[in-house]
Design a binder for this molecule. Structure first.
Ligand SMILES: [Mg+2]
Length: 187
């Protein structure tokens, strides 16, 4: 079968990693419970920043957020390795900016994710992912972001939402941890 995965906050814990970096850069010590209660994809409100300032901060730190030691979610790497062993195909579909695509692909390999270069799709807008998902005729696709998932309600692909504080209103089957994937496939 063909499996598609978003990367940020689906396979790796990027927002939380960024939250710790923001604390460091802003010389603050905002608690993780504040992070867990944020119901937007953006994290700047936890630091009392206006949208514009928050967005500028994200852009200025992007390279550091992406390419330092952001952890994968528990079981993500092992689960994807097992899919490959079982003969499935894996595709990554990320809306990270084009200029970071090659570095992202290599960073994912370095973390231990099984990546084939021609199965790595990067640099599209959130609402453009649907074209790739349809073209690849994926059996399954996993993402966390409401703006993406809302474009996928009519596709034949089985779409799963990675459970996060900011996507609780989206009515789709949910994945809470990667160890659940095996059950989903068998269903
Ligand atoms: Mg994401």
């Amino acid at each position: 079968m063909k499996f598609g995965f978003d990367i940020d906050d689906t396979l790796i814990n990027l927002r939380e990693h960024a939250f710790h970096l923001y604390n460091k850069k802003l010389n603050q010590n905002i608690g993780i419970e504040v992070f867990r209660s944020i119901n937007t994809v953006e994290i700047h409100e936890a630091f009392g920043l206006e949208k514009e300032v928050g967005n500028a901060m994200w852009v200025s730190l992007m390279e550091e957020i992406y390419f330092t030691d952001c952890p994968a979610f528990e079981g993500a790497i092992e689960t994807l390795q097992q899919l490959i062993k079982d003969g499935h195909e894996i595709f990554y579909i990320t809306s990270r900016p084009k200029k970071y695509c090659t570095q992202t692909r290599e960073w994912m390999k370095a973390q231990g994710f099984p990546v084939q270069d021609h199965h790595f799709y990067c640099g599209m807008q959130d609402d453009e992912k649907i074209a790739t998902i349809k073209e690849l005729e994926l059996d399954f696709y996993f993402d966390d972001k409401p703006a993406v998932l809302e474009t996928l309600l009519e596709v034949a692909t089985k779409v799963y939402i990675m459970d996060q504080s900011y996507n609780q209103h989206v009515d789709l089957p949910r994945m809470k941890q990667w160890s659940e994937l095996e059950k989903i496939i068998i269903k």
